[in-house]
Design a protein around this ligand. Structure first.
Ligand SMILES: C[S@@+](CC[C@H](N)C(=O)[O-])C[C@H]1O[C@@H](n2cnc3c(N)ncnc32)[C@H](O)[C@@H]1O
Length: 270
């Protein structure tokens, strides 16, 4: 029954979205995220404030790592893991043979993208930061040789242009002050910025949801595509390549999850 329902929801994404919205409840067995509920416009700032720190819950890292360990095992055996493949495919053309470039992942969780780079032999020297002390403790225990720091994406302590490449690791969607996070991501990058796994809504205003991530209530912001691209330009980021991970036709219109690789240029305004 469980497998059948999963197949059904995978085949008909609209059904999945309708179920999320109508019931406000999705069986947590279906995955990492459940109980999506659209937040009304006048409640966005209260909900954002209430949930801004929710990913720091101490219960999340072990639950996420369980899933990640299985994915890393599959990836190591040569299987395709879409998020990892996209990450590698976007960065590979910018790796320089015989030269290691520095890379920071913001929102690194337990630092598993260092394994993704290592498993596919990409010459980037990885560092990671996350605002969750529990995630950073786990990252340090898994990868004692790597520099991990507890940092808030909206006010990083790294100096300007500290890293050749900076990855915003699927965290922008959880950060109510997403503009500050974009500005900081651009500031600490010298050359490349990758906004990995970013949900956008197409042709309509930003939508904000509450949802349960690994059983903890969190906020999820699906930025308007127009606003997102404008913010990139405002902060001196020029899109060089995008990869679409999924598209969905929601009851409110189209949405997608994309990874966007940018190059740093001069800001269009300060
Ligand atoms: C969905 S996980 C992504 C993990 C991994 N980067 C990936 O792409 O699979 C989001 C991560 O962003 C972190 N995060 C959320 N808000 C943050 C903030 N304001 N500053 C830094 N990290 C944040 C969370 O703690 C969590 O580890």
């Amino acid at each position: 029954m469980k497998a059948f329902t999963r197949r059904l929801l995978k085949r008909y994404p609209r059904l999945q979205d309708a179920a999320k919205l109508l019931m406000g409840i999705v069986d947590p067995r279906f995955g990492v995220s459940s109980r999506y509920a659209l937040v009304a416009g006048d409640e966005v700032s209260t909900e954002a404030e209430r949930l801004a720190k929710s990913w720091t819950a101490a219960s999340i890292p072990a639950r996420q790592r369980q899933l990640v360990d299985r994915q890393l095992q599959d990836f190591a055996s040569g299987k395709s893991i879409q998020a990892f493949d996209v990450f590698v495919d976007l960065l590979k053309p910018h790796a320089q043979e015989g030269h290691t470039r520095s890379l920071l992942e913001i929102g690194c969780s337990s630092g598993y993208y260092s394994d993704v780079l290592r498993l596919r032999g990409l010459p980037f020297a990885y560092s990671g930061c996350d605002y969750s002390p529990a995630f950073i403790a786990m990252a340090q225990s898994h990868y004692p040789e790597i520099d991990f720091r507890v940092e808030d994406a909206t006010r990083l302590t790294y100096p300007d242009a500290s890293f050749d490449a900076v990855v915003s690791g699927c965290c922008l969607l959880h950060i109510p002050d997403y503009e500050a996070a974009i500005a900081e991501t651009a500031r600490v990058a010298r050359d490349l910025v990758l906004f990995h796994r970013t949900p956008l809504v197409i042709g309509r205003p930003t939508e904000v949801f509450t949802k349960a991530a690994y059983g903890v209530e969190t906020i999820e912001i699906h930025l308007s595509d127009a606003l997102f691209y404008q913010l990139l330009a405002n902060h001196g980021l020029k899109v060089v390549q995008t990869a679409t991970l999924s598209t969905d036709q929601t009851p409110r219109g189209p949405s997608e999850v994309i990874s966007i690789l940018c190059r740093k240029t001069e800001p269009s305004h300060a």
